[in-house]
Ligand binder design. Structure first.
Ligand code: NAI
Ligand code: MG
Length: 334
């Protein structure tokens, strides 16, 4: 049977870059069936809900989802949709690779880092959120469990092994956040000992930010808690040319959602300016997850040629073309 994929175009630049990605998948001969679902502002307007029940059912049924960015309205009563999806489907691992392409405006040419971000706990657990009556004090709770720390660190080491990588760096703030980050670091050290074939390193998060900017080549796989992973993965995107180059896979035990790291980019939405590379790279992660490595490689080659030759690249990459021209350049090479 054909693999069916749930497709959520999402908000802002989402529909354009998802459309580009579907064209690329089809041109590469992937032969998927797609079932479209609404989420985000577009769903709120159509169905009165940010994530309608039908969407949740499709995500569950097909198990594989390709998703555009969603706008979470700022203000009370709206919990982040992404946080909701990640928690609901127990997508505990968020794998965010960044790779340098030559010929972009990026500062570095030899970056190859995967950030493995814990995706359900920590500061984003949503526990204990409250603001006192008079609005003078606000609280939220950070929670890390041994089980949660162990599975994410194991995921990082297993990823390192599978991809023939040499080093895993656990990033933490255990010197200050003694309980939560402390437990994470303790578990990371324990798990690291079970992987003698892979070098284990650890680094405090603020130093890690500086090291990433000064000397990013030292990093291979980074494993960290939710909030630090959110921030570090945008930093890593900046090392390779910006958010338009950064994909992410949200992975659980039997369900996965592939998406860009960035948001709906309201500043460039509807202007044919978005770089679809982020979602195309997420689709490559999806193909690798589905063990369709040949297709993944073919698409990677096509996109590499386009970016490195500067043929019809988007403005964020230093070019002067739009989403559709860039996509055509990729399609022509497939
Ligand atoms: P953003 O990531 O949407 O945009 C940040 C900057 O990067 C903007 O200047 C934008 O133009 C640029 N950019 C992003 N993607 C690009 C692409 N593919 N090509 C070229 N340039 C690109 O962050 P912002 O503006 O803080 O958030 C906008 C909305 O997105 C918010 O409602 C936020 O909640 C939501 N969001 C959703 C995410 C998701 O669905 N996974 C993740 C992050 C934010
Ligand atoms: Mg983020």
């Amino acid at each position: 049977a054909k693999q069916t994929i749930t497709v959520i175009p999402g908000d802002g630049i989402g529909p354009d870059i998802i459309d580009a990605t579907i064209k690329v998948l089809d041109k590469a001969g992937c032969d998927f069936e797609y079932e479209y679902a609404d989420a985000g502002l577009v769903a709120l307007e159509k169905h009165g809900e940010l994530v309608p029940e039908e969407t949740l059912e499709l995500i569950k049924k097909n198990k594989i989802t390709l998703k555009g960015p969603l706008t979470t309205p700022v203000g009370e009563g709206f919990t982040s949709i992404n946080v909701t999806l990640r928690k609901q489907f127990q997508l505990y691992a968020n794998m965010r690779p960044v790779i340098s392409f030559k010929g972009t405006k990026a500062r570095y040419e030899n970056i190859d880092i995967i950030t493995v971000r814990e995706n359900t706990q920590g500061m984003y657990s949503g526990l204990g959120q409250n603001v006192s009556d008079c609005g003078e004090t606000a609280e939220a709770m950070s929670q890390i469990t041994r089980e949660g720390a162990e599975r994410i660190v194991e995921f990082a080491y297993e990823t390192a092994r599978k991809e023939g990588r040499k080093k895993v760096t656990a990033v933490h703030k255990a010197n200050i956040l003694k309980s939560t980050s402390g437990l994470f670091l303790k578990v990371a050290r324990e798990v690291g000992e079970r992987y003698p074939d892979i070098e284990s390193a650890e680094m405090i998060v603020d130093n890690c930010c500086m090291q990433l900017v000064m000397n990013p080549e030292q990093f291979d796989v980074i494993v960290t808690t939710n909030l630090f992973g959110d921030i570090l993965s945008d930093l890593c995107a900046g090392l390779v040319g910006g958010l338009g180059m950064a994909p992410g896979a949200n992975i659980g035990d039997d369900c996965a959602i592939f998406e860009a790291v960035h948001g709906s980019a309201p500043d460039i939405a509807g202007k044919n300016l978005a770089n679809p590379t982020s979602v195309i790279l997420a689709a490559i992660q999806m193909l690798e997850y589905l063990e369709m490595g040949d297709k993944a490689q073919a698409i990677r080659n096509a996109i590499t040629e386009v970016i490195e030759s500067g043929d019809r690249t988007t403005r964020d990459l230093g070019g002067s073309h739009g989403t559709t021209d860039f996509t055509d350049a990729v399609l022509e090479r497939l």
